[in-house]
Design a protein around this ligand. Structure first.
Ligand code: PLP
Length: 363
């Protein structure tokens, strides 16, 4: 349509393709494909020279701003193989839009969303042989932007690189969907309203590692973040959004400007509305959740995010108490959402929401 207006993407194919990793060793983010997408920005030329080149290290000056002031944002989405040999992307436009919202928050230049999508599609097409076929596997796509200007003054960088790399990833739930335990964090906070919590930017993750380490020491898998001001309202779990099933309804924190608006979160909300499951998007306190637990009305908790899609929560660790939620396997609603969403993503189920985009395999 407006393809004509897009600058052509130069393509340099690798002369030494790498060996494919064994499907059972994939894990998450351990292997990278043969090519990567790259495009440069400077204040005179804007974004220019989009190209696909062999996957390789990049060289940056030690004074590049990304190393000192953290101007960097990223995205995460997946390409899924279908049983009939097609490749589907799940709502990639939402990721391109969010990348630009993150860019804006970090005073970084926005990108033409069409070139992001086109670069992504062409790159996936070129490296399509890297997409694993085993059930539950996929190709994780990591677009990101870094500030590359060599200058130590604190001011927005005048130069950037936008890149996309691809990583074949294994089945998240190799031994079936196993509920995780989460530690309700009351000391550290992840982000505050007015800060950068709504941007997918590196600093949020650096800030979260300490709490994650301490939770792991206590035998918990992930951290449930509370709001940064009163430590009272629930925000999200690790790098997932969170849903609670209380009585006959589902409650999820309303977007409040301090946590990330997940694409999976939005999809689950649309799906629950479609199924006419009573759903409330509102502020919810940890006290309300604990009370629902004590009254036996808290029947399911699950996290939502691109990596795991749905992650059932089987245990809450709060003030030294370990509260069991559910019966040790995924709750009924969590399992139904997981099956439907992954069914749509892999083309097994009909897509009434028009969420998937097929990448044409033919050159
Ligand atoms: C990426 C991310 C999510 C989930 O977003 P999706 O678009 O569903 O993958 C939630 N919280 C944080 C902090 C994240 O970084």
């Amino acid at each position: 349509m407006n393809e004509k207006m897009l600058p052509p993407i130069a393509i340099e194919l690798t002369k030494s393709p790498k060996a494919r990793p064994p499907a059972d060793k994939l894990g998450f983010g351990k292997y990278y494909t043969d090519h990567m997408f790259i495009m440069d920005y400077d204040t005179d030329r804007g974004w220019h020279e989009p190209r696909i080149v062999p996957y390789q290290p990049i060289t940056l000056d030690p004074s590049a701003k990304v190393f000192h002031y953290g101007q960097t944002v990223f995205e995460g989405l997946k390409a899924y193989p279908t049983a009939d040999g097609r490749i589907l992307l799940f709502r990639p436009r939402k990721n391109a839009e969010r990348l630009n919202r993150s860019n804006e928050r970090l005073s970084m230049p926005t990108l033409d969303e069409e070139i992001v999508l086109e670069g992504l599609k062409q790159l996936v097409k070129i490296d399509r042989d890297w997409i694993p076929n085993e059930p539950g596997t996929s190709l994780y796509i990591r677009p990101f932007v870094i500030a590359t200007e060599s200058a130590l003054g604190v001011a927005p960088s005048r130069e950037y690189k936008f890149m996309i790399i691809l990583s074949p990833v294994g089945m998240y739930y190799a031994g079936g969907m196993k509920p995780i335990s989460i530690f309700v964090e009351s000391k550290y906070v992840r982000a505050v309203e007015g800060g950068v919590g709504t941007a997918k930017t590196a600093g949020n993750y650096a800030a979260s590692l300490k709490a994650q380490e301490e939770a792991a020491r206590l035998g918990c898998d992930q951290v449930l973040w509370l709001d940064g001001v009163q430590r009272k309202y629930v925000e999200e779990v690790g790098s997932m959004n969170v849903f609670f099933r209380i009585g006959d309804k589902v409650v999820t924190p309303a977007l409040n400007g301090s946590f990330l608006a997940g694409v999976t979160r939005d999809s689950v909300i649309q799906m629950l509305r479609h199924w006419e499951v009573p759903l409330e998007e509102r502020a919810i306190t940890i006290d309300e959740i604990v009370q629902a637990y004590r009254e036996g009305r808290l029947t399911e908790i699950f996290g939502t995010g691109t990596a795991a899609v749905i992650s059932p929560v089987g245990e809450l660790c709060w003030h030294g108490e370990r509260m069991k939620v559910g019966n040790g396997s995924a709750g009924e609603l969590s399992a139904r959402i997981y099956d439907t969403l992954t069914g749509i993503q892999t083309g097994k189920l009909e897509d009434p929401f028009d969420w998937t985009i097929a990448i044409d395999g033919a050159e």
